[in-house]
Ligand binder design. Sequence first.
Ligand SMILES: Cc1ncc(COP(=O)(O)O)c(C=O)c1O
Length: 467
Amino acid sequence: MTSPNSLHARDIAYHLHPQTNPMRHEAIGPVIMTRGEGVYVFDDAGKRYLDAMSGMWSASLGFSDKRLTAAATRQLEVLPYYQTFAHRSTEPASELAEALIRLAPVPMSKVLFQSSGSEANDTAIKLVWYFGHATGRPGKRKIISRNRAYHGTTIASASLTGLPHLHNYFNLPLDGFLHVTTPHYYRNGLPGESEEAFSTRLAAELEDLILHEGADTVAAFFAEPVMGTGGVVPPPATYFAKVQEVLRRHDVLFVADEVICGFGRTGNWWGSQTYDLKPDMITCAKALSASYMPISALLISERIYEAMKVLGNKVGVFGHGFTYGGHPVAAAVALETLRIYQEDRLIEHAASMGQLLQLGLQRYADHPLVGEVRGAGLMAGVELVRDKSTKAAFAADMKVPAEVQRFAQDEGLIVRALADTIVFAPPLITTEAEVGLIVERFGRALDKAEAWVDAEAQSAVTEPATL
Ligand SMILES: Cc1ncc(COP(=O)(O)O)c(C=O)c1O
């Protein structure tokens, strides 16, 4: 029992947690993390966890990188804050913009900074609309994304997101935000349909929607290279090639949301490289600063910049920006993060550790609770099913994925249950031995969950029938 004065009790009393069931939080309280070391975090009882989620898909360099601490401290001592409105800049903000343009997977022209992935996607939406006006097509403003996509929780980025619990009761999505089928072959492929045929069908669905709405009303398509929060869904074979062809045909802008995939997660610098995407804009955040400081970036193409520049001049100013956009301490940390990725060859390391993780988890493909093991690089998903042959999911109220997550936590492993899938995104610095620990501990959690499911089924059978 927590004492009424404990930090746990005070957290329950005062702290409203995002993406959390508030009633359940009152019942179970928080796990309070107090320190980190490499890929491990420690709670206030001293329990050590291997964080196979990098916090929120994001702490790519783990939790104790001294170079990042030093970069932040240096900048705090020299210039702790300055802003970037009205022609002002700071050394780190200007240097980071250049570094991102040099790293970009396709030629890009300019970088605009924000503090979060949601803000980067909101900014991209606003630029899509601004571009419509700048090119004399203000009616070209509808935006298409995918069911189960995750693009953030601000009003516009949540509208892009394709998850019902981010829409229901929030009066979302806003008008003009449309969603197409999740490119998840295991769940949405038809019997007998090949992966390529599935992709053809989804590209045709996208084209039908554009034609139905009128191509002159559809402005942009947003996609994560690999869907993250939707349950780690890599694109099926030929999907993006076919989708991009449709977008080009109808002059629809393509925005790649690299908030999770950017900076090594899929085994290349960008998910766009892994899947040969040619976006007009890119949003990124998370591993940009290894999450030591909040910062996000929107990269825009020359075509978009040329158009918005003229409109901005006509208006007198580009009427958008955030107080903390390009914050110098965050930018200094991001620059140091990019240097570490390069000097320590961490993208290559992530690619080889990713192969080990995928192989290790494939070991559970035959486990009775597992329907599909999937992923790319250092992001993986294990989808749980009640019946492997029919792919039937467990009843939601059984909360089997949450139990697997809890058993993993007991084993000292942090993973995340998202709908029916357990997801993994360990830091890019994870070693071979640590990948082994992730796989082992997860296996034990799965076995415990299987025993728990069997016991639940048994007790349901032996309970006296009620009329
Ligand atoms: C793909 C993707 N886009 C956008 C976001 C939103 O980022 P933030 O939580 O920093 O607003 C997330 C967050 O997880 C994400 O996974």
